[in-house]
Design a protein around this ligand. Structure first.
Ligand SMILES: Nc1ncnc2c1ncn2[C@@H]1O[C@H](COP(=O)(O)OP(=O)(O)O)[C@@H](O)[C@H]1O
Ligand SMILES: [Mg+2]
Length: 233
């Protein structure tokens, strides 16, 4: 059985004339430990799907089976626990706490879950061992994004959901961030799902789910994903 299985999932916002179909009969599967890219232009429904996978939003129809459990059937209490315990989020604009240092931002993970990883170890893993005591404003965009990845990973999530994680970064720092995300999947076995509108990133993924007009247009498996170092975009 696939690790993640989305079946006939639909999501509607608004009612009547204002009704928007954000996800329309979405279907795909993801295996454990894969690096997945959900690709599509603005408005295609990518963030809606990611938020549903992460328990931040709820679907209106269909099944969202994660590790054998249909989270679409969760009540709000179950959904909160799932979001806290099983999911790590990385956003385009980092969402760090401005008056906490890098280390303190990552320490927040241990206030959410019991068995969080050591903040210093995780920050060293993302190459920020020398920036532990810097505040977000003292770090570059790429460094801030690496802190936010460290914070998400410190929770030891089953799945790491990243919405346009390189959207605010320049080319080189964007590549560093992608390298860390690819390493998380390859070396740590974390299932990493990246939403992007940038089709040039597709070659790095094990699986590319292409969304258009609120639904999945194609799913492509890649047995030889490209190393970030050789990626040009
Ligand atoms: N909370 C919301 N309320 C109303 N409409 C929304 C909401 N979230 C997303 N939408 C709409 O759903 C559609 C898909 O949005 P989204 O999933 O954010 O697309 P993408 O991430 O691919 O750009 C868009 O038309 C968007 O305006
Ligand atoms: Mg989006």
């Amino acid at each position: 059985m696939p690790y993640i299985e989305v079946k006939n999932s639909s999501k509607f916002y608004g009612t009547g004339d204002n009704r928007i179909v954000a996800n329309n009969d979405v279907n795909f599967e993801i295996e454990k430990g894969e690096l997945v890219i959900i690709l599509g232009s603005s408005g295609a429904g990518k963030s809606t799907m990611l938020n549903i996978l992460g328990g931040m939003d709820t679907s209106d129809e269909g099944q969202v089976i994660i590790d054998g459990v249909d989270i679409a059937q969760f009540n709000s209490h179950q959904r909160t626990n799932y979001r806290r315990d099983d999911v790590g989020f990385v956003f385009q604009f980092y969402n760090l706490v401005a008056n906490l240092t890098a280390k303190e931002n990552v320490e927040l993970a241990s206030e959410i879950v019991k068995d969080a990883l050591d903040p210093v170890t995780v920050l060293e893993q993302v190459g920020l061992g020398k920036r532990l005591n810097n505040f977000p404003a003292q770090l570059s965009g790429g460094e801030q994004q690496r802190v936010s990845i460290a914070r998400a990973v410190a929770k030891r999530p089953k799945i790491l959901l990243c919405d346009e994680p390189t959207g605010a970064l320049d080319y080189q720092t964007g590549k560093q961030v992608l390298q860390i995300l690819q390493d998380m999947s390859r070396n740590e076995g974390v299932t990493v799902i990246i939403v992007t509108h940038n089709s040039a990133l597709a070659p790095i993924a094990d699986r590319v789910i292409h969304m258009r007009d609120a639904t999945v247009k194609s799913v492509k498996l890649n047995n030889t994903p490209q190393d970030i170092a050789t990626l040009e975009y």
